[in-house]
Design a protein around this ligand. Structure first.
Ligand code: GAP
Length: 427
C-alpha cells in the first residue's frame, strides 16, 4: 500500500502547473474542500464521464438517463432518512476550537494543541440554504448530498413516459455537496464533488443476481479506463458501518498516495427509498403491484480523476534524461495527438503543420498544436499531460508527405504518411 506524501505533492503540483486542477478561490486564499478543473482537467473528466455514460446508458437498452435539480424539496431528505441519519460524529477542541471527525482522531485530546475535546456531537453534513426571500424554517432547502434521490423522485415520471419493464435502471451524472467536517487529501474528500450514479430496479428476490452483475460490469468499466485487478480492492462493508439505507455494500478501494480508501461503492438499497417516497410499480402482465428493490453503483468522478492521476504518474529515464509522464490510457487522455512543426521560424513547415493539425482535428477533436520551444521540450510537455501520440512535420514532409509519429511510453518514432495518421494513432 502506498503512503507517499511525496507522490501526493508531485501530483497536486503537476495538476496545477499543467492546468488539470487548481485550488478553489485560490486568489482569495482558497476555500477548503473546493477545487477547480482547468482545461486539461475538464477534458480528462469529460472523457471519464463520457466513457461511463456510453457503457452504462448509450450501449444498453435497459437504462434511462436523467439530469435532476441539485436543490430539492426538504421533504425529500426527510423521507430518504438523510435529515436524521446523514451525520458524522464531531469532536471540538475546548482550547483551539478546531473540529474533527471523531473517527479521524485517536484519544481524547486535540492533535493540534493537545487541548481536551468537548463532548462528541452528531453533525449533519447536508448543506442548508434558504429558498426565496424569507429566511425561516419554512424556507429551508438542501443541496443534494447524493444524486440518487433525484433518481428516486423521478421514478414515476420515467415509468409514465417510457413504460419500462423490470429490470431497468436510471443513470445520472451530477454535482453533490457535503459539508464535510474535515475536507482533505486533494480531490478525495471535498465539499463539492461529482457523482455518477445508477439506481437499478428489479424484483426483490433477484437481488443477489443483480448485485453480481453490477459488480462484474463495474469491473469491466474500471478496466476500460485503465484500472487493473491489482490496483482496486473490494471490501465488504461490515454491519454497523454501512449507510442507513444499505443491506449490503462493497467498497471498491484504491491505494491513494495517502493510503487505501474508497474509490466507489456498490450497494443493495433494498426497497428502502421507493418505500419511503411512497412509490411502487405495476406489472401489468402479472397484474401485480409491488415495490421494486434497487442496486446502486455509485462512482465519484473526482476520486476517479485522482486515482487515475496517481496510477499513471510515472518517472523514468529517456535518452539519458529524467522525465515525468502520465501513462494515461489513450481513451481518456485529454489530448490524443499533438502536432509540431520541427522549426517555428520556417513558415513552410508551420503552414504544413497547421494543415495536418486541421485535418486531424476533423476526425479527432482532442488535438493540440504546439510550436513553443525546441522539439525535446515539446515532447516533455506532452509527456507530462499524458498525450499518447506526437506528430512532427519536418523538411521531408514537404518532399514526401510523411511525418514522424512518436509514442509517449517508449519514445519510439516511426515515419508514416499523412493520410495514415488518423488510422495509426491510438485514441
Ligand atoms: N448514493 C450513494 C452514495 O452517495 P457514498 O459512498 O456516500 O454513497 C458515493 O458516495 C461515492 O461518491 C463515493 O464512493 C465517492 O467516490 C464519492 N464521494 C462521496 N463523498 C465524497 C467527497 N466528500 N468528496 C469526493 N467524493 C466523494
Amino acid at each position: 500500500m502506498k503512503n507517499n506524501q511525496n507522490l501526493m505533492e508531485k501530483i497536486v503540483s503537476l495538476a496545477k502547473r499543467r492546468g488539470f486542477v487548481y485550488q478553489g478561490s485560490e486568489i482569495y486564499g482558497g476555500l477548503a474542500g473546493t477545487w477547480d478543473y482547468g482545461p486539461l482537467g475538464v477534458a480528462l473528466k469529460n472523457n471519464i464521464k463520457n466513457s461511463w455514460w456510453k457503457k452504462f446508458v448509450d450501449d444498453r437498452e435497459d437504462m434511462y438517463g436523467l439530469d435532476a435539480s441539485i436543490l430539492m424539496n426538504a421533504k425529500v431528505w426527510e423521507a430518504s432518512g438523510h435529515l436524521k441519519n446523514f451525520t458524522e460524529r464531531l469532536v471540538e477542541c475546548k482550547e483551539c476550537k478546531k473540529q474533527f471527525r471523531a473517527d479521524y482522531v485517536e484519544g481524547k485530546n486535540c492533535p493540534v494543541c493537545k487541548g481536551e475535546f468537548a463532548k462528541e456531537k452528531q453533525f449533519n453534513e447536508m448543506f442548508e440554504t434558504n429558498f426565496g426571500a424569507s429566511k425561516d424554517s419554512t424556507s429551508v432547502a438542501y443541496l443534494r448530498p447524493e444524486t440518487a434521490q433525484g433518481i428516486f423522485v423521478n421514478f414515476k415520471n420515467i415509468i409514465d413516459s417510457f413504460h419500462p419493464r423490470l429490470p431497468f435502471g436510471i443513470a445520472q451524472i451530477g454535482k453533490a455537496f457535503r459539508n464535510e467536517i474535515n475536507a482533505r487529501d486533494f480531490l478525495f474528500r471535498t465539499r463539492e464533488f461529482e457523482q455518477m450514479e445508477i439506481e437499478y430496479f428489479f424484483r426483490g428476490e433477484e437481488w443477489e443476481k443483480h448485485f453480481e452483475n453490477w459488480r462484474t460490469w463495474s469491473w469491466e468499466w474500471l478496466n476500460e479506463i485503465g484500472f487493473t485487478k491489482d490496483s482496486v480492492h473490494e471490501l465488504e462493508v461490515p454491519d454497523g458501518n454501512r449507510a442507513h439505507y444499505s443491506y449490503k455494500t462493497i467498497d471498491f478501494e484504491y491505494d491513494f498516495p495517502f493510503g487505501r480508501s474508497e474509490l466507489f461503492g456498490l450497494a443493495y438499497r433494498t426497497d428502502y427509498d421507493l418505500k419511503n417516497h411512497g412509490l411502487d410499480y405495476l406489472d401489468d402482465v402479472a397484474g401485480e403491484k409491488f415495490i421494486p428493490h434497487v442496486i446502486e453503483p455509485s462512482f465519484g468522478v473526482d476520486r476517479i480523476v485522482f486515482a487515475i492521476l496517481s496510477q499513471t504518474y510515472t518517472e523514468d529515464e529517456l535518452g539519458d534524461e529524467g522525465r515525468v509522464y502520465l501513462k494515461l490510457p489513450a481513451n481518456i487522455a485529454p489530448v490524443k495527438v499533438a502536432v509540431f512543426p520541427l522549426l517555428k521560424n520556417k513558415p513552410e513547415l508551420v503552414k504544413k503543420a497547421r494543415e495536418v493539425y486541421k485535418m486531424i482535428r476533423k476526425e479527432i477533436p482532442q488535438v493540440m498544436f504546439d510550436d513553443n520551444g525546441n522539439i525535446g521540450k515539446r515532447y516533455r510537455r506532452q509527456d507530462e499531460i499524458g498525450t499518447p501520440n506526437c506528430i512532427t512535420i519536418d523538411f521531408d514532409t514537404l518532399e514526401d508527405n510523411t511525418v514522424t509519429l512518436r509514442d509517449r511510453d517508449t519514445g519510439g518514432q516511426k515515419r508514416i504518411k499523412v493520410e495514415e495518421i488518423v488510422s495509426s494513432v491510438s485514441i
